[in-house]
Design a protein around this ligand. Structure first.
Ligand code: ASP
Length: 584
């Protein structure tokens, strides 16, 4: 080794030992005859000292030439510091250097390699390898590492077999566009990169593997957001001979294990809620349960009092923000403007303030008496000091808007503490979802999800009402995992494709292999996949998954460090029998 110790290792007990360290120059302080150098590696920082008189002159000159991020090797004696630094573990000692070699000089880095840096996002992405030298960034990847190890530990202990599935496949519909790869040996034909290993894991159940998992890259060509990357990682799992309850228990176990082993947190009881209730009470299929603020429907109280906006609305629904009655008129106006922004799209907002003296003040006093408003307050379970906020309109959009407002109020009132974790299973998702654009039903989860047996007759009469054996795990308003009990017989799978608008030929061409496998003794099975990057971000208390990915892409799906995607050489195109003619 080029070193005897790491830069995070030496303590008072090492005083007088001769050691050799290697690392990067974090900082140089030159006081003329006295030079201090902070030497950094993954494990910590150790101070080197060079002193006129006791340090050889040539060595002192060499030290004076060191710059930030130079890679050096330094040997010397560990000595006790006169002024100690209790902020770092090595702060009681320093190295009186007797030998110094510059292993590699460095250009001045484009941004400061400290926890607080001056580099903007794009610059740090371009020099991601430098950004990764920063403790705060590296620690996030160490958290990811820990979570991976603990996942494997738990899954192995539960008898799951980790199996790798291919990356060059054909389309598996998970609701996004595919990334495709041209095949050289089959001109004009393309592989698709997996949106998930869905069909393969089901085939492994047909093979009798019984319990499968994989920490696996998936690829989806979607518009990007803070919590989305074109390639991302799943903990992908499948089990045979299980009920939905078995799956929820097994994976509740995984999440609890991760929380206890990685964060020392006992996650406690994981609530279950139907999709229908989630929508009714939170306007959202991934409610943040760190705070209450449930929706209260007011139609029976608010309609028929001459306020035409409510009278004409399909739904009048509100939330009660505890203790927010002191919101000023200005703050309430700001909230109204906020819900009226095009991103939210509400037409307006009605408020009722429950004053400390028990009186009620609302923006619709013209239409509602104190007694009327007292009835509203009762419905909300409101008390003096609370603020009720009410929206109205068509049911679907109003719920969505109120859900946004609820989250905003939760945020503003400090109820979304990142150190509190509230997990929730959302169950009984609809099987199908109407798509306005294509005027067709789409599989809400994916086409392999089984309908609830008792709802199958509805497929013919009211497809939108059919519930699926599908579930999501939500933590703090973020969907961290989702799965379903699958269809495992050809007839039902065929029926499903039919309802999704596939012709028999299309279904056969795309998924004939799976339907045929179902004819060779397929066990009942089901599974789940967790968004691993998101899970890491939640554990780390971040909103963005990017920090938890070593080499992420930017918002246009570009890796600005290696400059990809990029054009390819003509002879590569030639080999692929491809000619590029971009549409204008
Ligand atoms: N393949 C699904 C997904 O990626 C998960 C599952 O159903 O197991 O969301």
């Amino acid at each position: 080794m080029l070193r005897t110790h790491t830069c995070g290792e030496l303590r008072l007990e090492h005083v007088n030992q001769l050691v050799t360290l290697a690392g990067w120059v974090q900082r140089v302080r030159n006081k003329g005859g006295l030079i201090w150098v902070d030497l950094r590696d993954r494990y910590g920082v150790t101070q080197l000292i060079f002193e006129e008189g006791s340090t050889d002159k040539a060595l002192l000159e060499k030290a004076a030439l060191l710059g930030r991020e130079f890679v050096v090797q330094a040997s010397g004696k560990v000595i006790e510091r006169t002024s100690k630094n209790d902020k770092i573990p090595t702060g009681s000692i320093e190295i009186k250097v007797s030998e110094l070699s510059v292993l590699n000089p460095a250009k001045v880095p484009p941004f400061i390699i400290e926890d607080e840096t001056d580099g903007g996002d794009e610059l740090r992405m371009k020099y991601r390898y430098l950004d990764l030298r920063r403790n705060v960034v590296r620690e996030k990847l160490q958290l990811r590492h820990r979570m991976m190890q603990e996942t494997r530990k738990y899954m192995d202990a539960q008898n799951f077999i980790e199996v790798e599935t291919p990356v060059l496949i054909k389309s598996t519909p998970e609701g996004a566009r595919d990334f495709v790869v041209p095949s050289r040996v089959n001109p004009g034909e393309f592989y698709a990169l997996p949106q998930s290993p869905q069909t393969f894991k089901q085939l492994l159940m047909v093979s009798g593997f019984d319990r499968y998992f994989q920490i696996v890259k998936c690829f989806r060509d979607e518009d990007l957001r803070a919590d989305r990357q074109p390639e991302f990682t799943q903990i992908d799992c499948e089990m045979a001979f299980v009920t939905q309850e078995d799956i929820l228990n097994t994976f509740e176990g995984l999440i609890k294990h991760l929380f206890s082993s990685v964060k020392g947190i006992d996650l406690g009881y994981v609530e279950h809620m139907t999709f229908a209730d989630a929508m009714k009470f939170y306007g959202n299929d991934k409610p943040d349960l760190r705070f209450d603020m449930k929706f209260v429907e007011l139609d029976h109280l608010a309609k028929g009092k001459g306020f035409s906006i409510f009278d004409q609305a399909e739904l009048v629904v509100g939330i009660c923000a505890k203790g927010a009655a002191e919101y000023t008129r200005k703050q309430i106006d700001e909230l109204t403007d906020w819900v009226k922004r095009p991103q939210i799209g509400a037409k307006g907002m009605v408020y009722v303030r429950y004053n400390a003296d028990g009186t009620l003040k609302s923006s619709v006093d013209k239409f509602y008496s104190q007694e009327d408003l007292a009835e509203w307050a009762k419905a909300f379970g409101a008390e003096p000091g609370d603020l009720m906020l009410v929206l109205s309109g068509d049911a679907k959009s109003t719920r969505k808007q109120l859900s946004e407002l609820r989250l905003k109020m939760g945020e503003d009132l400090g109820l979304r503490d990142k150190s509190v974790f509230k997990p929730l299973w959302v169950v009984d998702f609809p099987l199908l979802e109407w798509d306005e654009e294509t005027k067709r039903f789409h599989a809400m989860h994916h086409p392999f999800t089984s309908p609830k047996r008792e709802d199958i007759p509805l497929l013919e009469t009211d497809p939108g009402a059919v519930r699926a054996n599908a579930y999501d795990l939500v933590i703090n308003g973020v969907e961290v995992g989702g799965g379903s009990i699958r269809i495992h017989d050809r007839a039902t799978q065929q029926l499903m494709f039919k309802h999704l608008g596939f012709t028999d030929e299309e279904a056969q061409k795309q998924f004939g292999f799976l339907m045929e496998a179902f004819e060779f003794g397929a066990p009942p099975h089901g599974g789940i996949a967790f968004g691993f990057d998101r899970l890491c971000a939640i554990f780390g208390g971040s909103d963005s998954i990017r920090d938890y990915i070593a080499f992420p892409k930017n918002n246009s799906g570009r890796d600005v460090m290696i400059d990809s995607p990029s054009t390819i050489a003509d002879d590569q195109l030639e080999e692929l029998s491809i000619r590029v003619a971009l549409k204008k």
